[in-house]
Design a protein around this ligand. Structure first.
Ligand code: 1YM
Length: 716
């Protein structure tokens, strides 16, 4: 190990490094108050050190997987990867590993490997088992295993490994340590071999391979390469210097990440092609006892703020104390500099938080021993001590940066002062507009067909493109809990419009009033009248455009709605396929082909794909080709034969469906599919929004042409 250089000296506490034998502390019930989705230790349960000596098996994990990994859908499947990768990243942050490699194998097993110290294998004093086995087969606290550097996973290094093991049909862990190879295999969390000592090896590190359990997960092979690299790239940015290699053996794709500049490179990436005001970005990395504060920022000529905050590598979409500290200090530092240099009059209008956020691209990453998360999605940092630390680091280091870089400082001040002038002008304009009654009386818009339910948690709002589809939706809906708001034509291009112009736009005004949370500074997500806001547009390019416009609007002006998970996209069917008395609604070309194959093979699986009344299928019906024109006159070719085997109608617009069809295919909660919009990859969303909505027309055109189909599935 002597050859391993710490990734970052300041993160490695040498006093801990010499501790060889890990000490196990066991916690019952196992709790892991980190990474957002895992259950938090409840102080009220009254556990204390003496109570937490009992090892607990993995049964609770298999019993309630959602508690540990959030869901048993695709997100949960990926969560398994994050848990194992976390352990490698922790090992890199502790200065012991330089490399993390991930492979998605053809058979949907996953391998994650690092070149760290290797999970300890020596006999554990309480269990008399190998530490490796204990770590893999019990819910344990993990954090007291010796812990050099940060235990990123909230002080619980390695806890996630046993959770992943419990939820895997099969798992193998290989360790290289002290010149030997060791390995153990498990089935659904139980060892099926002892810890075997293998050949001599020079390799040190840990390699974990597993296959998710089909008894637990809805699907066990739906890994998304994009989701994986997005997450790993982000982890690579947050752990400067670490090498991250990713390979997908299914497609042959691979990626390699290494960012020696860490979050400074992240900021450069986020700022992308925006016009820069200070360059390179400001950067500070400061260790304060066992806390670490890392900040990078750059101003651009953009009007929006792009701030990404992380605590122990977890993205805090709802911000928290670190963000509060950062913003307060940023405003103060810029005001101080402005006043000192006579750019701001001593008793003139000071810069506000809003001014200094305009055009700001920043990444704020803190590492702390006991992260406390709060908020709806547990993604808001609550630790109070970090606030003052971030505040003083920003004051001191950004303050010095301004002093030492007068040209950059002057440019930044010009930018934020311009924002301040625009704010004052806009306020004056807004006051005029508001006096004229922009959001007048706040009575609900006439074209909103509201629901009778008054509890927002139970209410849904469908935002529907066009009056005719709006009409069908109004007739088809369940009026108890579903409200319909038809929007006419294209709503304003919100990227370019200013707030006061937007409020004057009728479509936006209706939407804002219907939602009930206000807009701009006064926006309050707690006042939103519907907790499911569903954008329902046609499955064509225009529909995609309107959808992106709406998403931009929410992203820019009501982002908390996305953060809270209130925003969804409806999935109307693309085709109706009729065959005799039977009818299917299908949502993709792939699905269409499948149905046609089945019809052709007269091998109809009579389940999930069918919507609506099922007719009886007779052999005769399935064998006989349907002659004559279909609604769209489409001729279906299946495996070389030119036979019309079914009536296929392509739905170009929602308006082509009658109310009953719209209800059964797209609105009935029992049968519909709706996609939840998340800000997980907000960086990309922002890029797409800018491309689509910015002033430059050429890239927008190209994007829409290239991505007309993909936009329909935009997953921000
Ligand atoms: C592919 C997954 O788990 N790597 C890994 C895990 C551990 C260590 C090193 C490690 C940590 C410590 C001491 C320590 C874990 N250790 C523990 C436990 N990669 C992967 N690499 N020696 C080795 O924290 O002191 C749990 S995981 F419990 F021993 F600390």
């Amino acid at each position: 190990m002597a050859s391993k250089k710490p990734i970052k000296k300041s993160t490695t506490k040498s006093s801990n490094k010499s501790r060889k034998t890990p000490k196990v502390e066991v916690l019952r019930p196992a709790t892991k108050p980190a990474r957002g989705s895992l259950p938090e230790a409840k102080k009220s349960d009254g556990y204390s050190a003496k109570d937490i000596q009992v090892l607990e098996g993995l049964k609770p994990v298999r019993k309630r997987p959602g508690m540990y990994i959030g869901s048993t859908g695709v997100a949960g499947l990926h969560h398994l990867i994050w848990e194992i990768v976390d352990n490698s990243i922790d090992e890199a942050m502790a200065g012991h590993a330089t490399k993390v490699a991930l492979v998605v194998h053809k058979d949907a097993t996953i391998t994650v490997e690092d070149d760290g110290r290797g999970i300890p294998v020596d006999k554990h004093p309480i269990t008399k088992k190998s530490a490796l086995e204990t770590i893999m087969t019990t819910l344990h606290a993990g954090g007291k295993f010796g812990g050099g550097g940060y235990k990123v996973s909230g002080g619980l290094h390695g806890v996630g490994a046993s959770v992943v093991n419990a939820l895997s049909e099969w798992m193998r862990v290989e360790v290289g340590k002290d010149g030997r190879a060791y390995s153990q295999e498990y089935k659904r969390g139980e060892p099926i071999t002892s810890v075997k000592q293998g050949d001599a090896t020079k390799w040190t590190g840990t390699r974990v391979t597993w296959k998710a359990d089909k008894e637990i997960f809805e699907t066990v092979d739906n890994y998304s390469y994009k989701t994986i690299i997005d997450h790993l790239r982000q982890q690579a940015y947050l752990t400067k210097g670490v090498i991250v290699d990713v390979k997908d053996e299914r497609s042959g794709e691979s990626d390699h990440f290494k960012f020696d500049g860490g979050i400074k490179e992240y900021v450069t990436h986020l700022a992308g092609s925006k016009n820069k005001i200070n360059e390179p970005p400001f950067y500070v990395d400061k260790q304060i006892k066992d806390h670490r504060v890392e900040i990078s920022l750059q101003y651009t000529e953009d009007f929006n703020e792009n701030l990404y905050a992380f605590a122990n590598n977890i993205h805090n979409t709802e911000g928290g104390t670190h963000v509060v500290g950062f913003r307060a200090a940023l405003t103060r530092t810029l005001n101080n500099y402005g006043k000192k240099n006579n750019l701001i009059k001593e008793n003139g209008d000071a810069l506000t938080g809003e001014d200094v956020r305009e055009g700001l691209v920043a990444v704020l990453s803190v590492k702390l021993p006991n992260p406390q998360f709060e908020g709806q999605t547990k993604s808001k940092l609550g630790n109070t001590e970090i606030r003052t630390m971030v505040e003083s680091v920003t004051n001191d280091y950004f303050g010095s940066y301004l002093e030492e870089n007068p040209t950059q400082a002057r440019r930044i001040l010009n930018k934020v002062l311009l924002a301040a002038r625009a704010r004052l002008a806009a306020r004056a304009a807004r006051e005029t507009v508001l006096r004229k009654g922009a959001l007048e009386g706040m009575t609900l818009p006439g074209k909103l067909a509201d629901c009778s339910e008054r509890d927002p948690a139970k209410s849904e709002l469908y935002i529907v493109e066009g009056d005719s589809a709006g009409g069908s939706a109004k007739q088809g809906r369940d009026r108890n809990f579903q409200a319909i708001l038809p929007l006419r034509g294209k709503i304003l291009n919100v990227e370019r419009a200013q707030l006061d112009k937007m409020i004057a736009n009728n479509e936006i005004k209706s939407l804002v009033i219907a939602l009930g949370g206000g807009i701009g500074e006064q926006f309050d997500v707690d006042k939103i009248r519907y907790h499911r806001i569903i954008v329902m547009t046609d499955a064509d390019v225009d529909g995609a455009h309107i959808r992106v416009l709406l998403l931009t609007f929410f992203y820019r002006y009501m982002r908390d709605i996305i953060n809270r998970g209130y925003l969804y996209i409806a999935q109307p069917p693309l085709y109706s396929i009729k065959k005799g008395k039977e009818q299917w609604y299908v949502y993709s070309d792939e699905e269409k082909e499948k149905i046609l194959e089945r019809i052709k093979a007269a091998d109809l699986e009579k389940k999930s794909l069918k919507v609506g009344k099922k007719g009886k299928t007779t052999d005769e019906e399935t064998d006989v080709a349907v002659e004559g024109e279909t609604a769209e006159g489409e001729e279906v070719t299946v495996e070389g034969g030119h036979k019309k085997i079914a009536d296929i109608q392509r739905y170009k617009g929602l308006g082509e469906m009658n109310p009953e069809q719209l209800w059964s295919t797209t609105m009935d909660p029992e049968r519909r599919t709706i996609l939840q919009v998340t800000v997980e990859s907000a960086a990309q969303a922002d890029e797409i929004f800018s491309t689509l909505m910015g002033d430059d027309v050429a890239p927008r055109k190209k994007f829409i042409q290239d991505n007309a189909a993909a936009v329909a599935n935009l997953d921000i």
